[in-house]
Design a protein around this ligand. Structure first.
Ligand SMILES: *Cc1c(COP(=O)(O)O)cnc(C)c1O
Length: 488
């Protein structure tokens, strides 16, 4: 076989890789905002390959053409970087993966990599499935994993139904995630990973992540963290030593609300008791080139560019939304119709101290405005309405500016009643474990002025005084219809 042709491409790929490594090294010296704005898309790449386009181009094309059979062979053998077919890889998706790997890895000593997926749920599946295969040396040993119960409703279903019920993989449930002993008691030699969501949606459960990471590594298993609520602007588990982070990119990262997307970000050389050197060396790349190539849960390039666009302003948005959420939660805390406000930023929250050790606005110490490290607690809060389920529904139905929707991290304020929506499928027992009563309203504060968000809440809460809600928006009065008749 004549290899000179292939060698030409291998050499070219080596030169490109060296250039790219150098570029990444320079990029890593930049601050978070700079990385968020530019990611891995360089002027050089724009001029050489993309007609100078200053914004990352959207490659909707399904596949890549090759110059000759040598290039094709090298590419399809994964010997040179290639995007061959868009289910496996795609330049626009690669830009998203690149920026997320850098942002989640910000401040970490080690290299990180990322695989984008079609949704947050697909990211969770991508992250956990490679660890749940039977052990070839002991094929009849049962496999288990240890995970918190205060998790996103979809994750609860994936773990309880798809893993445990359908596949017989045991989910060992951590109920009080801040209690380290509870985690430790559940681990045995068949445990494949520890998994936690923090802060959790909607309960804002929080645990001492560094200690749980140590616990995982003591047992030779990886720590997987769903960090959707915090985003890399507030917390970066990989820099603390975690092995894998999953993100529902659909949420705060893609705040405009265009499109579902997810991502797995992993450290190189992760800890695992599964005998698979390739997987341990570069987990995201392994998933990309093997399991996800075959399973196909991958993202659309269009959704990738929409996420890339919103990520550019992540830090300042999360700062603004966190400050507004603090203002709103303080208002609600003093309201006579409110039984309890849950927000990690409030000193009254039992986990406030612990959360304050972890949730910092990235680079605030280099910010002209702050000049020191400042805590920020995100945009997710919840409150319990006095008077039970019906009272909560009445208040919820009275909202006019805050949108009633099962969504999170939007640029617009959004509220939901988790017990009848996101967390309805898991049943009463599942909700009890996750502490989600019927009178709990989850509120995600957007980027509106907080006074307008408060005004909407005030109006809605006045329903409990027996006051009628007046329609204030001109759309309603113009049609001569009250909000009440519209609702009917
Ligand atoms: C929404 C969400 C998910 C699932 O993400 P999708 O993009 O909707 O599939 C997972 N985890 C958390 C914390 C979420 O809020």
């Amino acid at each position: 076989m004549n290899n000179t042709g292939i060698n030409h491409y291998l050499e070219a790929a080596k030169r490109a890789a060296a250039w790219h490594q150098q570029y990444l090294k320079e990029m890593k010296k930049c601050r978070f905002d700079t990385i968020a704005v530019h990611g891995i898309y360089s002027m050089q790449e724009a001029l050489d390959f993309n007609q100078g386009s200053i914004i990352e181009p959207i490659y909707m094309s399904t596949s890549q053409a090759y110059r000759d059979s040598d290039e094709m062979e090298a590419a399809l053998g994964y010997q040179i970087p290639t995007w061959c077919y868009s289910r496996i890889a795609n330049p626009t998706i690669y830009y998203l993966e690149g920026v997320l790997a850098l942002l989640e890895g910000y401040g970490a000593d080690e290299d990180t990599s990322c695989i984008a997926t079609a949704s947050g749920m697909a990211a969770i599946q991508t992250a956990v499935d490679p660890f749940l295969l039977p052990d070839p040396k002991h094929p009849s040993s049962p496999v288990n994993f240890v995970a918190t119960t205060q998790i996103y409703g979809g994750t609860f279903q994936q773990f309880a139904i798809r893993k445990q019920k359908e596949r017989g993989v045991e989910w060992r449930k951590v109920i009080h995630s801040h209690d380290i002993n509870e985690w430790e008691k559940l681990i045995d030699e068949n445990t494949r990973f520890l998994y936690g969501e923090m802060p959790s949606n909607p309960g804002q459960a929080f645990f001492d992540l560094s200690k749980i990471i140590d616990l995982a590594h003591k047992h030779g298993i990886p720590m997987i963290v769903d960090s959707t609520v915090a985003t890399p602007a507030l917390m970066r588990p990989l820099a603390l030593g975690a092995d894998i982070v999953v993100q529902s990119v659909s949420k705060t990262l893609n705040t405009s609300g265009f499109g579902i997307s997810g991502a797995v970000i992993s450290r190189k050389n992760l800890t695992s008791n599964v005998d698979n050197p390739e997987m341990k060396a570069d987990f995201s790349m392994y998933c990309k080139t093997l399991p996800n190539r075959d399973n196909g849960p991958n993202l659309s390039p269009m959704n990738a560019i929409l996420a890339i666009n919103d990520i550019r302003t992540l830090r300042s948005r999360v700062d603004l939304q966190s400050r507004s959420t603090m203002t709103v939660s303080k208002y609600l805390e003093n309201h006579k119709h409110i039984e309890q406000v849950d927000y990690l930023g409030l000193e009254s929250h039992p986990l406030h101290k612990l959360a304050s050790e972890y949730l910092w606005l990235v680079d605030s110490e280099f910010d002209e405005q702050y000049g020191e490290k400042v805590n920020r607690y995100g945009h997710l809060m919840s409150f319990r309405v006095k008077g039970g389920a019906q009272a909560a529904r009445d208040v919820f139905d009275g909202l006019q500016r805050i949108w009633r929707a099962t969504d999170l991290g939007r640029i617009k304020s959004v509220a939901t009643i988790p017990a009848i929506s996101t967390h309805s499928q898991q049943g009463e027992e599942g909700r009890r474990l996750a502490d989600i009563p019927m009178n709990l309203i989850r509120l995600c504060v957007g980027a509106e002025h907080p006074h307008d968000v408060i005004a909407d809440l005030e109006r809605a809460l006045a329903v409990l005084d027996g006051k009628k809600i007046k329609a204030t928006s001109p759309e309603f009065s113009a049609g001569g219809a009250s909000s009440a008749t519209l609702r009917r």
